[in-house]
Each structure stands twice: as structure tokens, then as C-alpha cells.
Design a protein around this ligand. Structure first.
Ligand code: ZN
Length: 326
């Protein structure tokens, strides 16, 4: 029997669950569906929503479940790949410790299922079909937190349980701010979306000369990385400095990655990466300034290509590889 090429990728987000049918040979996606996560209703309700999305995708795409190879789910936190359980989901309401997501979804959807961390799914998607194609990569996704993933020697590097690649928690300052993970000075605690917004709010409160206050209409709650980007593009010095600092910190973390595993490309995605060269150039300069033991000219820092679809594609590719034992 010919190997199946269609798999469903699911991205479990705090607000929405997104799902799509993915052609794992070409990276094309079809029948994109989404539903509100409603995580407060508990894990059973969330897993039931995923199973319902699987049914809808099968109906909409015209591919019967016998033609679909399985379902891959990207979860926002730590998981145990072998057991198919969620271990701890960061910033996610409800009880998710040791929930058998894989087996429950498989029972309710009638398809084999497989779990992966969401940033690792994005890494896999960008590596197979996006900005990381043909290279060993380190991928960072800059958002509410900083997620990561590594491809080493042509393989997604996961470690025994799938926890390897937590690049957002590389510490660059032993006395730095407390991070949600328990350590201090992680790059996430300096350069996540909320950390970037907090720097801008502080500048406004200190009465420093910046357009940020005006752009936010005087309301600090409206300060976001997008708004800081807008200010920076309009020439605002403070806004540019904030991205320079965030990029410098990320570059320090990336230097540690380069020295450890020597990737050929660094792929930067997530909402904050929409700032483009405002943050990418400081990352590049930081690496050049800090990384003396290795030739850094060959290592490119590039923006992610696939946007929100990277996680869906990567989760589906993961399901194919894991279910078929590739
Ligand atoms: Zn941390």
C-alpha cells in the first residue's frame, strides 16, 4: 500500500485551536479550520474540540479518514513524547499535568495522533518548507514567550522526551530578572513581547522623550511591540534602542547556540519578529561582536517564511515521521 501523504496539523494556542490538512510531501495546506480554545472548560473539552476540527477537515477537504495518515498536535509547553502526555503548559489555564492528549485525541478522532512542542513544530515546518530549507538551523519564535528548536545533522533535535531546544531559556545574565521557568536572566525575560512592551512603558513613565506615549493615546495598556515598531520606523530613538537591546540579548543567546551546535542558519519568527531588521540587525551585530571562536560570516540570521502556518505544517510532518517511524 502506498504511504499516506495527507496528515492533519493542529496548533493549540491560548485563544484559538487552528488545524489544517497538510500535504507532507509539498507543504501545501488545505481546509484550514479554527475554533476558540476555551481552555477554562478543561482538557476534555479542548481535546473534544480538536477531534471535531479533524471531522470538519475531513468533510471539507473530501479526504476520508482512511486516506489521512494521522494528526499531529503542537502544544504550548512541555510534553512527554513517548507517553503522549502534556507535562506542563505555560500560560495556559486549566489542569494539564499528565493529560493523555495523544491517546484521547486518537480515540475521539479515530486517527493515530502524535504530540510535539509548538516551537519545535514551527522549527520543523520552517526547516522542511520555509526559511531553513537545506540547513541545520536554530529557530527562535519571539512572542509572549520565546520558543525554540534545533535541527542538528539533518534531524530535529528533541532529546529523550522532546524537551530539547528550549532556546528562550538560555540564560545570559546570572543575576538577571527572574524568569517564569525558575532561572534568572533567560533571554525570554529580557526580549519576549511583554518584556519589550515593559521597557517602552518604563521609558514613558520616566518621562523620556518618545513618540510611544502619543501613539498609545496616553494609555500604557496599548503599548505593544507593533506600536514600538511603528515608533521606531518613524525615527523614535527610544523605540530603536529597545529593539537594539532586545536584539543584543538574543544575539548573546544565539552566540551560545552557535558555539554549542554550529547551525548554518538562525531562523527568527513569531509576532515580535515582524519588527524585521529593527531587531534582526542588532541580533546580527551582537553575534559578530560576541562570537570570536568561530567564523560567523557564513551564519545567516533570517526571518521565518511561513508565518502561522509553520506550526501546522510542522505538526503534520512530525505526525507522519513519528507514526510511520521515519
Ligand atoms: Zn527561563
Amino acid at each position: 500500500m502506498a504511504e499516506k501523504t495527507r496528515y492533519i496539523g493542529i496548533d493549540l494556542g491560548g485563544t484559538n485551536i487552528k488545524a489544517a490538512l497538510v500535504n507532507t510531501e509539498t507543504g501545501e495546506i488545505a481546509a484550514v479550520q479554527s475554533a476558540p480554545t476555551n481552555s477554562r472548560e478543561g482538557h476534555d473539552a479542548v481535546i473534544a474540540s480538536m477531534a471535531k476540527l479533524v471531522d470538519q477537515i475531513s468533510t471539507e477537504s473530501g479526504f476520508g479518514k482512511d486516506e489521512i495518515g494521522g494528526v499531529g498536535v503542537g502544544l504550548p509547553g512541555s510534553i512527554d513524547i513517548g507517553k503522549g502526555t502534556s507535562v506542563f503548559l505555560t500560560n495556559f489555564p486549566g489542569h494539564w499535568i499528565d493529560v493523555p492528549v495523544r491517546d484521547q485525541l486518537s480515540r475521539w478522532s479515530g486517527l493515530p495522533a502524535s504530540l510535539i512542542n509548538d516551537a519545535r513544530a514551527m522549527t520543523l515546518g520552517e526547516w522542511k518548507f520555509g526559511a531553513g530549507r537545506g540547513y541545520d538551523i536554530a529557530c527562535l519564535t519571539l512572542g509572549t514567550g520565546i520558543g525554540g528548536g534545533l535541527v542538528i545533522n539533518g534531524r530535529l533535535h528533541l532529546g529523550p522526551t522532546g524537551s530539547a531546544g528550549e532556546l528562550g531559556h538560555l540564560s545570559v545574565d546570572i543575576n538577571g530578572p527572574q524568569c517564569g521557568c525558575g532561572n534568572r536572566g533567560c533571554i525570554e525575560s529580557f526580549a519576549s513581547g511583554p518584556a519589550i512592551s515593559a521597557m517602552a512603558m518604563k521609558a514613558v513613565v520616566q518621562g523620556r522623550e518618545t513618540k510611544i506615549a502619543t501613539l498609545a493615546g496616553g494609555d500604557l495598556n496599548r503599548v505593544t511591540p507593533e506600536l514600538i515598531t511603528e515608533a521606531a520606523l518613524a525615527g523614535d530613538r527610544i523605540a530603536r534602542e529597545i529593539y537594539e537591546f532586545a536584539g543584543d540579548v538574543i544575539g548573546a543567546g544565539v552566540t551560545n547556540i552557535i558555539l554549542s551546535v554550529s547551525p548554518g542558519r538562525i531562523v527568527i519568527g513569531g509576532g515580535v519578529a515582524a519588527a524585521g531588521d529593527l531587531i534582526l540587525d542588532p541580533i546580527r551585530q551582537s553575534i559578530r561582536r560576541r562570537c570570536f571562536l568561530k567564523e560567523t560570516d557564513q551564519i545567516e540570521v533570517v526571518p521565518a517564511k511561513l508565518g502561522n502556518t509553520a506550526g501546522l505544517i510542522g505538526a503534520a510532518v512530525w505526525a507522519r515521521d513519528h507514526i510511520t517511524g521515519r
